[in-house]
Design a protein around this ligand. Structure first.
Ligand SMILES: O=C(O)C(=O)C[C@]1(C(=O)O)C=C[C@@H](O)C=C1
Length: 416
């Protein structure tokens, strides 16, 4: 039933990147990484973890090299120059520790990692069974999907080289934009290197034996709740709705706490993973329910013109003039470049501008950051000229990425 062959990793949580006390809860199978900057301005990592911490550390070169200095394991020289560390009786080969001398760069260091290669570590928000995990698998088949407890953590995981890519939702055909990710795109320096559209087929899940009449509440991600609002009412479920971090997390929570009065909106895969029954299938309000995800990387890809590309930009208008937005949009229209999305968010550094006009009086203007997606590659001279023109009317302009459009055909799931 599940088309993707990704594998899940132990996850990363926000406390990984903030100050932390030793009493903090650690999810089973997750690693908690505390990153501090030391006196030399370098990162130090320390670890608390669930059962698979050692596996995770040994699969991650950054972690395994740092872990060596923190754990009181014993070391042997295997005779071949490698160091074998013994940790809790388990032997492990530490490639990083083998040879600390700088190595010459090879051609392999200079080429980007394979787009669909194996072992690409892809961070997503949520727990296994979340739609974001499926999007990671669709974007990078055979990747190692790394669950993160918040969107921000997925950004940081890539920035700190704990993951190679992040795959994050930006908009849904029914629920609209996921604003948090628009704000984070601006705050972080990652590049959009691709997009993927995922049909989202929701199910109502409950513990085995539970019937709809027993339910007092339905829990899920706020987007999923809004995508199923009308259907829940049609099913006669006049129960409380509660928002949680992700859809699969809602299913996991019901199973872990044996909640017989609560249902979750989540995927069929989440039902499988957490041992829940499907009370209703395909409960999204529209069968063509699609979420668009973007793939993020530390480096941009080189834009091309031999296939359809999309470019995402963000800009702020200059202080003076009210027709800036019109002028910016005209720069694309005159060059026959179609816009596929426009979104405005508060300008966090300067949310309000006081405008004094001797004739009209004083007004408070809200200031925005505008996000625009347009259908052209940055290698296309029309896009370059349009942006040169846009720059004249804006106080800030950043290209978030120029990347191949997702042209994969999809159809509503059978039974919708
Ligand atoms: O909760 C999940 O399963 C997610 O992957 C998050 C998310 C979202 O943020 O929009 C992704 C796809 C669906 O639209 C519902 C929820």
């Amino acid at each position: 039933m599940h088309a993707y062959s990704y594998c899940s990793s132990p996850g990363i949580s926000l406390k990984s990147f903030t100050s932390q006390t030793s009493s903090q809860r650690v999810k089973p199978g997750w690693i908690s990484i505390q990153a501090n900057i030391n006196n030399n301005g370098r990162f130090n990592y320390s670890y608390e973890g669930g059962s698979s911490r050692a596996d995770w550390q040994s699969s991650c070169p950054i972690l395994s090299s740092n872990a060596d200095s923190q754990h009181q394991g014993t070391e042997e020289n295997s005779g071949g120059g490698e160091i074998i560390t013994t940790l809790n009786g388990h032997k492990r080969l530490d490639l990083i520790a083998v040879d600390k001398r700088p190595k010459p760069l090879t051609i392999a260091d200079l080429s980007p990692p394979p787009m669909h290669g194996s072992n690409l570590r892809v961070a997503y928000q949520g727990v296994p069974g979340a739609y974001s995990e499926a999007a990671a698998g669709k974007s990078y088949p055979n990747c190692e999907a790394i669950p993160c407890d918040q969107f921000e953590v997925a950004f940081q995981a890539v920035e700190l080289w704990l993951a190679d890519r992040a795959v994050l939702p930006v908009e849904n055909s029914l629920g609209g934009s996921i604003h948090r990710n628009y704000d984070l795109l601006l705050r972080h320096r990652l590049h959009i290197v691709g997009e993927v559209q995922l049909p989202v087929h929701h199910c109502l899940l409950a513990l085995p034996g539970v019937r709809k009449e027993f339910l007092n509440r339905v829990i899920s991600h706020p987007q999923a709740l809004s995508q199923c609002e009308q259907t829940l009412t049609k099913l006669g479920l006049k129960v409380a709705r509660e928002a949680v971090d992700d859809t699969a997390g809602a299913a996991e929570f019901i199973a872990a706490n044996n909640l017989r009065d609560t249902a979750a909106i989540a995927s069929a895969r989440a039902a499988d993973l957490y041992g829940l029954d499907i009370l209703a299938d395909g409960i999204q309000d529209d069968s063509s329910n699609v979420t668009r995800f973007v793939m993020l990387a530390r480096e941009p890809i080189i834009p091309r013109t031999d296939r359809p590309f999309k470019t995402s930009i963000v800009f702020a208008a200059q202080d003076k003039g009210t027709s800036v937005l019109f002028k910016v949009l005209s720069a694309f229209a005159f060059r026959n470049i179609s816009l596929t999305k426009i979104e405005s968010r508060p300008h966090r550094n300067r949310p309000i501008r006081i405008v004094d006009d001797a004739n009209v009086g004083t007004a408070k203007h809200f200031e925005y950051m505008y996000y625009v997606d347009f259908e052209a590659s940055m290698a296309d001279v029309r896009a370059q000229n349009a942006l040169a023109e846009v720059q004249e009317f804006t106080s800030f302009l950043r290209v978030l990425g120029s990347y191949p459009m997702d042209m994969t055909p999809w159809s509503p799931s059978p039974g919708d």
